[in-house]
Design a protein around this ligand. Structure first.
Ligand SMILES: Cc1cc2nc3c(=O)[nH]c(=O)nc-3n(C[C@H](O)[C@H](O)[C@H](O)COP(=O)(O)OP(=O)(O)OC[C@H]3O[C@@H](n4cnc5c(N)ncnc54)[C@H](O)[C@@H]3O)c2cc1C
Ligand code: FES
Length: 349
């Protein structure tokens, strides 16, 4: 265990300075707040995803100083080996002294304020037996600035906030589209399917996450979506088309059976844009009626590409799928720096 990490020391409520040695950025946090929360409050763009200790996206290397986790101990998003290597999860640890860390901040294009805004449910449309498209209208002249691929928390007074990826390009950012999959026994998603009415008022908080289209690269792209992971892919592809990106984009969309492919847009993009290639992959379609690809979606990519060194890979959807992509694509040469993911973990609350 790292000597730099001291647990539950009795420190008075001091302000500490956090220094990121990569960017030279510094900010102050109190010993009572999570370091990531301090970074966000100070407009420092550390990467993050779930903010709950699960996804591991807020990992940094501790160079100097002391941090502490809550009484719940080391969160699941970091392994004991990583802890031994002085890695910390910034969303769950608090400073106990001035701290120096090393972490790659998001680039300037991600310098977007996280806002909490009211919104009205403009439309709820069933796209399949277990997916609904919900359009959220931000009133007046307000809009939500975001990067395609990012997500919002949807806030209702009766529930804990729930994360949903934005499924439309930022071109019309006063109208937010989300694709909601119904979860068995899920409190909020059942509410959306059974009780939420058009014209109801909700709040959203965002944009969040570092899963967004990197525009400052010429590398060809592979997008791997599982289920409603198609939502953020849709936002990124629509944006790429809007701004005339000509990089090759291969979209692999995994679902259980044909009914789960809740949108025809992939076929349309493929037909209308030379640089877009759409491959739906079904994992539970055994009959002859489906002539397309079968199996797990990441396996189809591995069959189609011998070498992934020059590709940027974007993966989003169920945690198992995202993990399978991360684990197996690396063996075909995918670089860690060229891999971006949003794992649709569920809330722990
Ligand atoms: C960054 C991010 C982006 C997301 N984007 C989307 C999106 O665009 N579309 C979308 O449909 N979902 C998305 N999710 C997942 C979504 O947030 C959860 O499905 C939702 O919070 C479930 O809320 P609930 O109240 O219905 O379920 P809860 O009442 O919180 O959960 C009930 C039980 O269902 C199970 N469960 C809950 N969620 C899931 C899940 N996702 N997969 C498997 N089992 C689950 C758990 O066992 C849980 O105990 C995203 C998650 C994250 C972290
Ligand atoms: S583990 Fe920290 S943001 Fe997900």
């Amino acid at each position: 265990m790292s000597e730099l990490i001291i647990r539950r020391s009795h420190t008075k409520k001091y302000m500490f300075t956090i220094l990121n040695q990569v960017s030279g950025n510094t900010f102050k946090v109190s010993g009572d707040e999570f370091i990531l929360d301090g970074a966000i409050a100070n407009g420092v763009n550390f990467p993050y995803g779930c903010q709950n200790g699960f996804c591991g996206q807020c990992k940094a290397t501790l160079i100097d100083g002391e941090v502490d986790y809550t009484e719940d101990g080391i969160p699941p998003g970091i392994t004991p080996e990583e802890v031994d290597d002085n890695m910390v999860l910034l969303c769950r640890c608090k400073a106990k002294s001035d701290v120096s860390i090393v972490v790659s901040e998001l680039d300037d294009s991600a310098n977007i304020e996280v806002k909490t805004m009211p919104c009205k449910v403009q439309k709820i449309e069933r796209l399949s037996h277990d997916v609904a498209k919900v359009l959220l209208k931000i009133p007046g002249d307000e809009s939500l600035q975001y990067l395609p691929g990012q997500y919002i928390d949807v806030i209702h007074p009766d529930f804990e906030p729930r994360a949903f990826s934005i499924a439309n390009s930022p071109a019309n950012s006063s109208l937010i589209e989300i694709h909601v999959r119904l979860i068995n026994d899920g409190k909020f998603t059942n509410f959306v399917f059974n009780e939420l009415q058009e014209n109801s008022l909700l709040k959203i908080e965002g944009p969040k996450g570092d899963f967004y289209l990197r525009e400052n690269s010429d590398d060809p792209i592979i997008m791997v979506a599982g289920g409603t992971g198609f939502g953020p892919v849709k936002a990124m592809v629509e944006h790429a088309i809007d701004i005339g990106i000509t990089r090759q984009i291969h979209i692999y969309w995994g679902a259980r059976n044909e009914d789960d492919l809740y949108s025809d847009l992939g076929y349309k993009w493929d037909k209308e844009h030379d640089n877009v290639n759409f491959v739906p992959v079904l994992s539970q379609e055994d009959g002859d009626s489906w002539q397309g690809r079968k199996g797990y979606v990441h396996e189809s990519v591995l069959e189609d590409f011998d070498n992934l060194t020059e590709y940027e890979v974007y993966a989003c959807g169920p945690p198992d799928m995202v993990k399978a992509v991360a684990d197996t694509f690396a063996s075909k040469g995918m670089f860690k720096d060229s891999f971006f993911a949003d794992s649709f973990e569920f809330s722990s609350q």
